[in-house]
Structure formats: structure tokens, C-alpha cells
Write a protein that binds this ligand. Structure first.
Ligand code: AMP
Ligand code: ZN
Length: 458
């Protein structure tokens, strides 16, 4: 089966055909680095990692670009309120530049902990101010902009296709917002460039043809995608919240400047929820990867948990679900390890079935179920091992590298076990039994072999 992906643009499954044979241009919206990423954000990056792995398994070379939003994302997505970076700076007492570097590094550490393959190109909004200014100039030349006292705005009423991605009810939105428009002409208009307020000294601001200020949030993605992937590329991804505002506006900017809808396929990962509400940085317990580690979880358990749900369905996070994922992962690892060395080729039939699951819009839950079928099958141990290691190119659970932890046997346990071994060899069965009970009380068990014994924790 050839690769089929769900495209939000057409609201349908489409066969994937790259624009350039053998290559895929992929843009994924990256983190806003005013705080740590939460595991909800990381569910979206895990979905994108599953996509990248699937594309590679299909033989494509993936040119993957991810931006770092380090300026311009306002507290309200509607171009109002403080810049999240400036707010983060106030919260931490450090400069916006310092926290941007800190949270970018923390984000990369999270990706590593979850075994997410890094993009081929990272790009920061603040490193591409000139590109964003020229992009706005291009939009201006085409006649889509107007100026207000606080910035340069995109006039969405001039674009008949505006809002198609989100299937927006433009008239309804306009009617609902009539009173609060301020200087904006239409409810859906958005800022391309915001001016620094006259009384304010921003930490991050630049000169522009329109005045001193900073870029709006959406323009960075249009400008950097254009620079690294061109006017029209293959796939653009993000979380489901990006459909109606951020991606809608990215499309509108690129369509105004270059006449394309930016990307051929638009894909969106659905939310991770806590207590049936969207997980967010501001609400409730702040669930970071580091918190999972601090609580004693292997972060790959979270990766496993995400594999059990399709990316186009929301997933409710609970500690019970994470416990279950950790247990299942432990068993899978142990099972794969005990199959011995990779001394055979992967089974072609199972690999073909596996690719069918992945190529059916990244059906990782079913691909995971197939792994358990392989374990139960009557393939030889060596063939099972090779097949599951091949599957792991898609899962990313690190199955090939995993080895059981060598548990150090404490000296007092070793002493009792030695004594019992000696009693047994001397045929002093009563003493041997007594020492075995002593061992059990310490939480250990021992197994006698021909030439010696092994101990294990109960
Ligand atoms: P941000 O750092 O807020 O710009 O978000 C980074 C990415 O995480 C974006 O693609 C969002 O759509 C996505 N995202 C935000 N909240 C969640 C959530 N609860 N579950 C899944 N993805 C999310
Ligand atoms: Zn973006």
C-alpha cells in the first residue's frame, strides 16, 4: 500500500506524492521558548517524529525544518497583550534572550529523552528579522496591508480564499466582533508587524520601514519556510489549535506574496488532555518530561503511551495510563532482548503488513499490535528479533539497544547466598532452608545451577 496521509486542507486521506521525486520538504511549527515544553506539546512532536520515520521508511530523504519562536507570540493569539517572551522574562527575572537560550536547550533535551530525531534545520525567529521584513514588503506590494497606530495588519477581506483551511465562518466572526475591532478592519485581520509602544522599551525590537517594533507571530513561519523550503513544499504540521489561526494566517501570507497555499499537505496532531481539558502551560500541574523522570518513569514510556493512540484522536493523560505503558514497554523490551542476537533477516510478510499500517495515515496503534503478533508467531527467535528491530525504526523505542540493568547484589545478600550454597553442598538441608528464608526476608531469591547459583530480586 502506498503512503496515504490525512490532509486538513481537503479534509480527506490523500495518497502522498512528493513534489520532487525521492524528497520531502517538511516544516513543523516549533516551540515558543518562554517556558519549558509540556508533555502535551511533546505529543505533537512525537506525532511529527512518527511521520518523519514513516517517510524515511518509505525511502524518502526528508528535509525537515523547525522554527524556534523566540519573539512575537503574544499572550492572546489575537495580536493583543504582552509578548510571551517579555512576560517570561518578568516571571523569571532573566532577560528574554537568556530564557530563549535556556528553554531552547531544555526543549532539545526533551526531544533527546523521547528519542525524537532532530530536524535537519533549526531556525530562530530573531535570526530572520530581515527575511520577515522583506516578506511583509512583498505582501505590502501586492496591496494586502494597512497601518494602524499599533502595527501593520493584513486585510483578510481582500483575500477570497481566506480561512479555507479552518473552514472559517468569516461573516459570523465579523458579526460577533463588530464592537471590539478597534482600528482593525475585519475580525480576522492579523498583525504582520507590531510597533513598540511609545512609552515602552522592549528587550527585543528592531527598526523596520514602518517603525520600530517586532514581527507578528505568523510571519516568521511563512518567511523561514520560504527561505529553507521555497514557495511551495510538501508537508506542514502542527497541533490542532493551529488550524484556525496560525496556519490559516501562514497560508494567507504566502498566498498573498507568492500565490501558493505554502504546503501541499497540512497535517495536525490532536491534543493531549488532562481531566478532559487541553493540557496547557498555565493550567494545573505542569507536566514536563523532567517531572516524569523525577517521578521515576523512563521517558520512553511516554513515547509508548503516545504510540497507543492515533494522532488524530485526543488522548487523555493519566498516571495510571503511564504506569500501564511503562509496564507494557518493560515487557516488550524484555521479550525482544530474550530473543537473542539479530542473526536473521526481517520477515518480509510482517514488514509489509507493518508498512501497510504506517502507510494508512500513521496507524501506530495497529503497528504496535502487530509487534505482539510477531512475538506470538511461529517465526524463529532470530527472525522475530530482526523483524521487531526493523519495526522499531518506526516506533523509536530503542529496542535494539536495550539491555536489562545489571543489578548490584548487596554484600549482605551475597554473604547469606554463599552460606546457603555451602550448606546445600554439605547436604545440611535444614540450614540451607533457614538461609533461604533469610534471603526471602531480604527480598531476594536464589536459583541453584550445576556449577553455582544466581540470585534475583523478588
Ligand atoms: P507552543 O510552544 O505553545 O507554540 O506549542 C508548540 C506545539 O505544541 C504546537 O504545535 C501546538 O499546537 C502544540 N500543542 C499545544 N498544546 C498541546 C496539547 N495539549 N497537546 C498536543 N499538542 C499541543
Ligand atoms: Zn508556525
Amino acid at each position: 500500500m502506498s503512503l496515504h496521509l490525512y490532509d486538513t486542507w481537503t479534509r480527506s486521506l490523500r495518497e502522498f506524492t512528493p513534489l520532487k521525486a525521492g524528497e520531502v520538504g517538511l516544516y513543523t511549527c516549533g516551540p515558543t521558548v518562554y517556558n519549558y515544553a509540556h508533555i502535551g506539546n511533546l505529543r505533537t512532536y512525537l506525532f511529527e517524529d512518527g511521520l518523519t520515520r514513516t517517510l524515511r521508511l518509505n525511502g524518502y530523504h526528508v528535509n525537515h525544518v523547525m522554527n524556534i519562536t523566540d519573539v512575537g507570540h503574544l499572550v492572546s493569539d489575537a495580536d493583543e497583550g504582552e509578548d510571551k517572551m517579555e512576560a517570561g522574562s518578568r516571571r523569571t527575572g532573566q532577560t528574554a534572550w537568556t530564557i530563549a537560550a535556556l528553554y531552547t536547550e531544555a526543549f532539545r533535551a526533551d526531544l533527546k529523552a523521547l528519542n525524537i530525531v532532530e530536524p535537519t534545520t533549526w531556525c530562530k525567529a530573531t535570526d530572520h528579522i530581515a527575511e520577515q521584513i522583506s516578506f511583509i514588503e512583498e505582501i505590502e506590494k501586492k496591496g494586502y496591508t494597512y497601518k494602524t497606530s499599533d502595527g501593520v495588519y493584513f486585510d483578510t477581506s481582500k483575500q477570497s480564499s481566506y480561512g479555507y483551511l479552518g473552514r472559517l465562518d468569516i461573516e459570523g466572526l465579523q458579526g460577533g466582533a463588530r464592537v471590539d475591532l478597534g482600528e482593525k478592519r475585519n475580525a480576522t485581520d492579523y498583525a504582520l508587524w507590531k510597533f513598540s509602544a511609545p512609552e515602552e522599551k522592549r528587550q527585543m525590537e528592531w527598526d523596520s520601514p514602518w517603525g520600530r517594533g517586532f514581527p507578528g507571530w505568523h510571519i516568521e513561519c511563512s518567511a523561514m519556510a520560504h527561505k529553507y523550503l521555497g514557495e511551495y513544499f510538501d508537508i506542514h504540521c502542527g497541533g490542532e489549535d493551529h488550524i484556525t489561526v496560525h496556519h490559516t494566517n501562514e497560508i494567507s501570507q504566502t498566498e498573498a506574496a507568492y500565490g501558493t497555499r505554502l504546503s501541499n499537505y497540512w497535517m495536525h496532531g490532536y491534543f493531549l488532555l488532562t481531566n478532559d481539558a487541553k493540557m496547557s502551560k498555565s493550567a494545573g500541574e505542569f507536566l514536563r518530561v523532567q517531572l516524569l523522570i523525577d517521578k521515576g518513569y523512563d521517558p520512553i514510556s511516554y513515547r509508548y503511551l503516545c504510540l497507543t493512540a492515533h494522532y488524530r484522536s485526543q488522548l487523555n493523560f493519566s498516571w495510571d495510563a503511564l504506569d500501564a505503558a511503562q509496564t507494557a514497554l518493560g515487557r516488550l523490551r524484555q521479550n525482544v532482548f530474550s530473543l537473542g542476537d539479530v542473526a536473521a533477516k526481517p520477515n518480509a510478510e510482517y514488514v509489509a503488513k507493518f508498512m501497510e499500517k504506517l502507510n494508512d495515515d500513521l496507524n501506530f496503534p495497529q503497528a504496535l499490535a502487530l509487534a505482539y503478533e510477531v512475538l506470538k508467531s511461529n517465526l524463529s527467535a532470530a527472525e522475530k528479533k530482526a523483524t521487531l528491530i526493523k519495526f522499531d525504526d518506526g516506533f523509536g523505542l530503542g529496542l535494539a539497544q536495550w539491555v536489562p540493568k545489571e543489578i548490584e547484589v548487596p554484600a549482605n545478600v551475597r554473604a547469606v547466598a554463599d552460606a546457603r550454597w555451602a550448606a546445600r553442598n554439605a547436604k545440611d538441608w535444614a540450614e540451607a532452608d533457614r538461609l533461604r528464608s533469610e534471603l526471602t526476608a531480604l527480598g531476594w531469591t536464589m536459583k541453584d545451577g550445576k556449577d553455582g547459583y544466581t540470585v534475583a530480586q523478588l
